[in-house]
Design a protein around this ligand. Sequence first.
Ligand code: SF4
Length: 381
Amino acid sequence: MKVSHHRQLRMVKKTVLVEPLRPRGTKMMLPHGGLPEIFPPYLSDLIAQTGGPLGPIGLQFVSRPDLERRFFKSGAKDPLMEDHHEVAPGLVYKYTNGTSKGHKKHDFSYQGRALWTITRHCAAYCRFCTRGREVGIPANQETGSTAALAHTPHLLMDQINETLTFIEKEKGINEIILSGGDPMTVHPPILHYVLGKLGELQRTGRLAIVRIGTRTPVHNPLLLRDAHFQAIAQLRNPRMMIHINHELELTPQTLGVLERFRKECNAVVMSQTVLLKGVNDDVETLYNLFTKLASVGVVPYYVFQNDPVYWAQHFTVPIHRAIALWQKLRPMLSGVAATARFVIDTPNGYGKVPAPEGAGWEVNWKRGFRDFHGNWFSLTS
Ligand code: SF4
């Protein structure tokens, strides 16, 4: 039986607090080696306060080996083919500007974006992580992938410099999405160096936009110190892309960090959410999440369909149900909370496609328009 969001919250509040869990570490890794069960005491407490391992936070971080191993032999490890598109250490360049070999030419020369993964570590490991093929694999183990991060847990200084040189020379790139793993787990002086260089490229006009993807504000806001904010503040108008899946992740500590990104780094703070069965796959939970995000000044940005990696199939909401859910939710949201697009990252690295917004509103030149209640009106009367 589906439990409504408010009932879920009431149940969570009434629940006798579960004892904080001790993460079981590398022995809970996936069969190929990724995603140890690691979460810091901050997150352990939050899991205990929100329903324990089967609550909406616990489900995201507590390993369930029986479910995670079920499709080991048949499922995918890199459905987005990121390793295949690596052009310099950690740099995944899929959204080329159409001038590379094999790509359709466009009428004008525009610039594209590239993803730069600089570490395979995070402050905690999400059980559904799309990069579980390498994320969380301990330093003394190789990942088996062909990417630079297969051989080193963090990019080394000469690799970082090689990629910075590539970015500077590759005129087709004007935007970098810094990711991992989680870039906020990189040693602060190295983070400072990388962001300083990217900031310089912005100032010389070589780069227009820098985004940073992170979940540290949710995993462990206490980890973020002055040095992190100072490093980010070197960028011009940084975009902080925070991965937030449930309203209960927005604790006072997390909100404090998001506020510092805005005030001290002049960042635009945006959120991305993965649709996860049992965590946030109902209209009320997503309505409350996006409304809360908008109310604290965070711009909802993407909602992702869960990628088809073998270890996370138990989290996948069937696509027809996911689209129906989205279409029901969309007209309920205020314009400032409805800024997210529901997208599916297509297999084989073909990029993102937006799911249809649905018939919450519809305009048809013959019939007129349909309002958010589903009633048709003429356009002329
Ligand atoms: S924070 Fe991101 S990269 Fe790290 S485990 Fe979670 S989803 Fe994966």
